[in-house]
Write a protein that binds this ligand. Sequence first.
Ligand SMILES: [Zn+2]
Length: 184
Amino acid sequence: MVAVGFGGYIKTLDARDITVRFSSPRAATSKVFTVRKGWNRIGLAIAGTKGIYKARVEVSPSTRRILLWGINIDGVNFPKSLAKITPTLEDLNSEYVCPETLYLDHASPVAVEILEEESTRLTIRDSLESVEVKKCSYDGRYLPLDSSKLGLLAFHKHNAKRTRHQNECRACKKWKKPCLENVR
Ligand SMILES: [Zn+2]
């Protein structure tokens, strides 16, 4: 299945409801993420078609400031070693593995164009705040974790490890095993 994903990590100063409306010329979907104070994972996938994709992020109640990290929209392409896996849209939208399972490049804070004319009172600034990241040992991406809140971001917790998190991100942890079993 060809799918396109929107996702990344958002920090709010307080608990909020974040509604994401994600649309392509032929499909649209939306989801409400109830986020806590601090960094949160958000992501959505829709069936892929040609054209322009737009994601609208609504924060309720409104807030003076949110931080964005690794926000991106792109076609969902699993790593080559997982290419035999055929996830459904439901798999891709599972909160357990989304946005990690969209396999987006999260190397820039915001990799999409922000349409300021379609936004409400928006000012975009660089922030001096930092995000803790760890390399996924399987797909090689640097993804966020919060060492004060184990297992809440891109990696599940694992108390026996030095980082107190799994070596692989949530998505690789989920998909790697069935693939190895198939090889047997
Ligand atoms: Zn991974």
